[in-house]
Design a protein around this ligand. Structure first.
Ligand code: PHB
Length: 390
């Protein structure tokens, strides 16, 4: 049968359109980034800071990577692990993103990692420290621009032991991040001769701290090590100050306790000691430029979350530039990120075999509205990546 040219042309055009719609964004002239972050709840400000930081880097590149326009879609994950797989699947299957950027909450991020693995979608985690992501769940397509929960915890444990603190109580939300942060602290602290005498916790994201503070008062440890972040950290530090425990018990924590929160915590946070891979008064030129531009663009001071977002974009750029924007060259793209030296505002870092930053952990002391760097707690700390086979 003879097909009339006009029909043939229409059929060909029709299939071309269909193919274009179904093709990954990488076959087109753009790179599609899917943010899966908390925009509501106790971690809402953290999600926004990550997105701001990421966009800042892309804006500095004129909105393009390797000549391709970067396009964004976003989903609010609400820090809810029960909705995490569905949310991640939407980005992968409905929106057909080239890369997922997410998230803050460890439980949600572990579900994202599983979706990324099942679909071989590129994932860069810009916060969540779940040890498993660069442990048993590690994969060629999964990277992290932030930290493992073990890292700041271990460093604080070492500092506490060095400062001759003998006994500590730990206090945190009961979920992967809290548990793992405490495990890191305990390892550093007890290896150095300290003793964790009690591990207290409450469900995420509860902020009813009173009964736990009463228990701390009765236990009379030298120190309390906590993991809290975002809105919960603001409330905890204020409740701690109001309880008046600070004169007899030293409050220490992973640096999230005082990061992005000082405006709201005010006087209650003064003098607190924490450990983190960032501080607010670093002197490297990259950080100076980053902070200036962030304040100008967002009328806000940046925090560790903004840095992690910025660096997630830098890691993506390292991969995309190496393959000149051809996202199908996945192996070459992965190799380029693996071997990149990221010029981060925190100080340059490289990635471990498991794709987690190998980085200096700073000891910081709150002074006014600033987490002041008072020295490096552990230099070039690599997560042990237990259970990762890559
Ligand atoms: C986490 O769930 O891994 C988490 C959340 C907030 C932080 C740090 C870690 O600030």
């Amino acid at each position: 049968m003879r097909i009339r040219p006009s029909l043939l042309a229409r059929t060909l055009l029709g299939s071309a359109l269909l193919a274009a719609a179904a093709a990954p964004a990488s076959a087109q002239d753009k790179i599609k980034v899917g943010f899966m972050l908390p925009y509501t709840g106790t971690f809402a400000a953290l999600g926004t800071a990550i997105e701001n930081g990421f966009r800042q880097y892309i804006d500095e590149q004129g909105g393009k990577l390797a000549g391709k326009t970067v396009e964004f879609v976003k989903v609010d994950d609400e820090s809810d692990p029960a909705k995490a797989s569905d949310n991640a699947n939407k980005l992968v299957k409905r929106d057909n993103v080239d890369v997922m950027i997410g998230t803050v909450h460890s439980g949600v991020a572990m579900a994202m990692a599983k979706v990324a693995k099942d679909n071989n979608t590129l994932l860069i985690v810009p916060n969540a420290g779940a040890d498993a992501i660069t442990g048993p769940l590690c994969a060629p397509n999964i990277f992290r621009s932030s930290f493992s929960n073990w890292q700041p915890g271990f460093a604080m444990g070492k500092v506490a032991a060095d400062r001759k603190i003998k006994t500590a109580v730990t206090l945190t939300w009961k979920y992967a991040a809290g548990d793992e942060s405490v495990r890191g602290f305990k390892e550093g602290f007890e290896t150095g001769g300290g003793k964790v005498v009690k591990e207290l916790n409450l469900p995420f994201p509860n902020v009813e701290f009173q009964a736990l503070l009463t228990e701390v008062a009765a236990l009379k440890p030298d120190a309390v090590y906590v993991f809290f972040a975002g809105g919960g950290a603001v409330k905890f530090v204020k409740d701690w100050a109001a309880a008046g425990l600070g004169s007899s018990v030293k409050l220490i924590g992973a640096g999230f306790l005082t990061d992005g929160t000082l405006e709201a915590q005010g006087a209650a946070a003064q003098g607190l000691l924490t450990t983190l891979h960032y501080a607010d008064d670093l002197t490297n030129p990259k950080d100076k430029a980053f902070r200036l531009q962030y304040a100008k663009a967002y009328k806000l001071q940046p925090d560790v979350y903004a840095v992690q977002g910025y660096d997630a974009a830098q890691m993506l750029a390292a991969g995309v530039n190496a393959v000149k924007g051809d996202m199908k060259q996945r192996d070459a793209l992965v190799k380029a990120i693996e071997s990149a030296k990221i010029d981060s505002p925190r100080g340059a870092f490289t990635l471990s075999r498991a794709h987690n930053p190998v980085q200096d952990i700073y000891l910081r002391e709150v002074s006014g509205k600033v987490n002041k760097n008072v020295g490096i707690a552990v230099k070039g700390l690599a997560d042990p990546a237990r259970g990762c086979r890559l």
